[in-house]
Design a protein around this ligand. Structure first.
Ligand code: ZN
Length: 382
């Protein structure tokens, strides 16, 4: 299977430099720098179409319950966008739900390795049982054997999972250490959605973006503002940071801007402190869009090796019944908005954000890292 995958990838890289060279003459972004001495070559920018044609990876999506008849239309959409998907299996406290995703991901990866990569996870249904650790490692090992490149941990750790004494189990609980050690020993990556956006601890009308407002209105069980017993925002961040410190050899990709979406300075401090830490953008691009544009742009340039493109898009019966047509419409809309935002400086609007804002117009080499190369580096084997 690998030769096919590599062959296709090599072909894509023959096409891409040609497009990049063309971009030199038809650039859509600003001419960077202007100081004239450091850079012999001018910054290169991509148009939306050029970014669409470039090989890319969406490093955070969810596939579940996809019908055989829906695979073709989905793959055609991914090919159109030259976008490989990393589908992340999640929810350890619902083993059946988790196994559905694992089985589908492993099958689609085996059939379409050039378009579908996957992350596995482990069960928490038997948390506290004597065989919990061995069964967790066993399921992870099976996943790696089936080509999984990472292991997911979800916010249920810290917000839902409890010990018999009623205390919440946090991600830095030493009982997880052997699992993390195993992932590290196999050269794989931990992909961690721990905690929630800071908005989760605010009332709905104080939230900074509309998608958080919608999600927590529809999922009040996760709206921590209503549940003072749930550990506070910073407790989750601090527990995750302790995992980073305790496992310096373990690559950890923090989902959703590592739950530090509200201020790029908070992320910058962790990037400086923890070289094993990167983040994906899944469902949090809007949190860039409500922050100061120049500050966000400087952040993306400085930490261009630590940011992975991801959307949290889903296909199949992920959480509810959704037709493949409406799924494809949503994919198209999300990708086009994101191309516009990252590649151009155009003024734009999205439903998640009140008011207008301008795109970041990141240079081509930075786009190539965020939309592709960083996923390859942080998820070896993807
Ligand atoms: Zn997700």
């Amino acid at each position: 299977m690998r030769p096919t995958k590599n062959f296709i990838r090599r072909c894509l890289y023959v096409v891409f430099p040609v497009l990049s060279a063309l971009a030199l003459f038809g650039c859509s972004g600003p001419q960077g720098g202007g100081q004239g001495k450091a850079e012999p070559v001018q910054e290169q920018y991509l148009s939306v179409d050029e970014l669409m044609a470039m090989p890319k990876i969406d490093a955070h999506v969810h596939l579940r319950g996809l019908l055989d008849s829906e695979v073709g239309p989905l793959l055609a959409t991914l090919q159109k966008h030259n976008m490989r998907w990393l589908t992340i299996s999640t929810r350890g406290m619902k083993r059946e739900f988790l196994m559905d995703q694992i089985d589908l991901a492993a099958k689609l990866h085996a059939e379409h390795p050039e378009w579908i990569s996957w992350a596995t996870s482990f069960s928490l249904e038997n948390w506290g049982a004597p065989d919990w650790e061995s069964s967790a490692v066993e399921l992870i090992a099976e996943g790696f054997a089936g080509g999984a490149v990472a292991v997911k941990v979800w916010k249920e750790i810290g917000m839902v999972l409890k010990d018999p004494d009623g205390s919440f189990v946090m991600i830095d609980d030493p009982r997880f250490d052997p699992v993390f050690d195993y992932i590290e020993s196999r050269g794989k990556t931990l992909v961690a959605h721990i905690g929630e956006p800071r908005n989760c601890w605010l009332p709905l009308d104080s939230m900074t973006v509309n998608n958080d407002r919608k999600y927590f209105a529809e999922n009040p069980q996760y709206h921590s503002y209503l549940h003072p017993e749930i550990p506070h925002y910073w407790k989750h961040v601090e527990a995750r940071d302790r995992v980073l410190a305790r496992h310096p050899g373990l690559r950890l990709v923090g989902c959703h801007l590592g739950s530090l979406e509200f201020d790029v300075d908070e992320l910058a401090r962790r990037f400086d402190k923890y070289p094993n830490f990167a983040v994906d953008l899944a469902a949090r691009v809007c949190h860039f869009q409500v922050q100061d544009r120049e500050k966000v742009r400087r952040f993306c340039l400085k930490y261009q090796d630590r940011i992975l493109y991801g959307t949290d898009l889903g296909a199949g019966r992920v959480y509810m019944q959704t037709s493949i047509d409406s799924t494809i419409t949503r994919i198209e809309e999300t990708y086009r908005n994101d191309y516009l935002y990252f590649a151009t400086e155009r003024e734009m609007e999205v439903w998640e954000v009140d008011g207008k804002f301008r795109g970041l117009a990141l240079p081509a080499d930075v786009l190539k890292k965020i939309f592709h190369d960083n996923a390859v580096r942080w998820y070896p084997g993807i």
